[in-house]
Design a protein around this ligand. Structure first.
Ligand SMILES: Nc1ncnc2c1ncn2[C@@H]1O[C@H](COP(=O)(O)OP(=O)(O)O)[C@@H](O)[C@H]1O
Ligand SMILES: [Mg+2]
Length: 100
């Protein structure tokens, strides 16, 4: 699976981020606590619908926020997929809460 574009909102310490990885291998460099593992967690979560760090999905929501969004344009076995994941800590979700 290749990620061509990744968009995250209110995920851990990312209020809003867009990542366009280069083809092939990519290296994320940053200071301790800057968000490298959080980015990998978002990618893992988009592929596996769960975190590799916590069983409580609400922990991944940015503090003080109600929900997170992860969107990825991925290519797998020559097919292109537009995957969107939205998680809310609120029981009732109105469509307007879901950010594209
Ligand atoms: N739910 C959250 N909301 C906001 N910030 C968070 C949340 N969970 C973790 N963080 C922050 O994310 C940072 C750790 O990011 P991490 O990706 O683990 O760092 P590293 O780059 O060292 O891998 C810490 O500063 C922590 O405070
Ligand atoms: Mg780390």
């Amino acid at each position: 699976m290749n990620i061509e574009f990744l968009r995250i909102k209110n995920f851990r310490n990312y209020t809003s981020a867009a990542v366009k990885p280069s083809p092939g291998k990519n290296v994320f460099v940053g200071m301790n606590g800057q968000g490298k593992s959080n980015l990998l967690e978002a990618i893992y979560c988009l592929s596996n619908t769960r975190s590799f760090r916590t069983a409580r999905s609400a922990e991944m929501i940015e503090w003080e926020k109600d929900s997170f969004y992860i969107g990825g344009e991925v290519v797998s076995r020559k097919s292109r997929f537009d995957i969107k994941m939205f998680y809310s800590a609120k029981k009732k979700v109105s469509p307007s809460m879901i950010t594209p």
